[in-house]
Design a protein around this ligand. Structure first.
Ligand code: PZK
Length: 299
């Protein structure tokens, strides 16, 4: 997408990164698309309103986190944010990003559970035997990953390896901040009937002050797993329903019934698009207590 005053430099599955077209290097524009991904595929069509809703959720969390973050407050000294993306863009300070995905897990699932099944540990952290997919951990664990080159899969590493990569002081600060932020967010989500199972933070160093700065998006359902607490604790439900991702399960269930996982996935029907937006909206309302800033035009 062309944006006046900005040059596109990278597209992830669901977000796009821009640098100022005038060549200045103090800022970046992070634009959340309406794209949705599942099973490592970007799906069609986009979900109208998704980008704006997740940007609002990230901003809501940033405002409640007592750490310096990369959002630009004083926009007078920064390039203008184009109106067409204003509700789904973050104008940020450009940081020297640490090459670590700071993953914190309060429950064992996904790649963490797969590693546990193979080794009995995750990122070198030994866990009790007999844990099952989705089990809550007695205490959250920090399971960092080394950020692979853009577009490749990240590699789970031990804390000791993160020390080798970024030094003892930074590695310790990343771990301690990530565990503290996760625990606070998990406890807040629990009061809203939502289980925060895991999340991923990214941090950078401010080149002007040297301080540790929270970057990227925070605690969105693209960077985190959120489950409905009542379903999660209903042990009579099938496990897949107890661990249903708040926002993507509708899409995953429909694809499981309409795609054999070969070739490209079929386009989502309009009703699945509408139901999926409603799930994003329900998560936003449950967590924040307010309405999201944007509702797609009724079709
Ligand atoms: N945030 C931030 C940030 C910053 N404030 N300063 C320097 N670099 C980054 C930065 C670099 N990669 N990413 C991940 C990313 C985000 C959005 C879209 C993508 F495709 C990829 C973040």
């Amino acid at each position: 997408m062309q944006l006046a005053g900005w040059r596109h430099i990278y597209s992830g599955k669901v977000r796009d990164l821009y640098t100022p077209a005038d060549g200045s290097d103090a800022h970046l524009l992070v634009v959340a698309s309406n794209r949705v991904s599942a099973f490592d595929h970007v799906l069609e069509p986009p979900i109208p309103g998704k980008g704006a809703l997740l940007t609002a959720l990230s901003n809501w969390w940033f405002a409640r986190i007592d750490l310096p973050n990369h959002l630009v407050d004083d926009r007078a000294a920064a390039p203008e944010v184009p109106a067409e993306v204003a509700d789904r863009a973050m104008l940020t300070r450009r940081l020297e990003m640490h090459p670590i995905e700071c993953v914190v897990r309060g429950a064992l699932t996904g790649s963490g559970y797969a590693e546990y099944e193979r080794t009995g540990a995750v990122c070198g952290i030994e866990l009790p035997a007999g844990l099952r997919d989705g089990d809550l951990l007695d205490t959250p664990i920090y399971t960092p990953a080394y950020k692979a080159p853009l577009g490749e899969h990240d590699e789970n590493i031990t804390f000791a390896r993160s020390v080798e990569l970024v030094g003892e002081d930074v590695a310790t600060a990343l771990r301690d901040a990530s565990l503290r932020l996760f625990t606070a967010a998990r406890d807040l989500a629990a009061t809203r009937g939502v289980v925060l199972a895991d999340t991923k933070f990214e941090f950078g160093r401010d080149p002007l002050t040297g301080e540790l700065v929270l970057a990227d998006e925070v605690l969105t359902s693209d960077s985190s797993r959120y489950w409905d607490a009542s379903a999660y604790h209903d042990t009579a439900l099938p496990r897949q329903d107890r661990l249903a991702s708040f926002d993507k399960q509708i899409v995953r269930n429909w694809l499981s019934e309409h795609w054999d996982r070969t070739g490209e996935p079929p386009a989502l029907p309009e009703r699945i698009v509408a139901q999926t937006y409603e799930r994003y909206r329900e998560l936003y309302v449950r967590l924040t207590g307010g309405e999201p800033p944007y509702a797609p035009v009724a079709v």
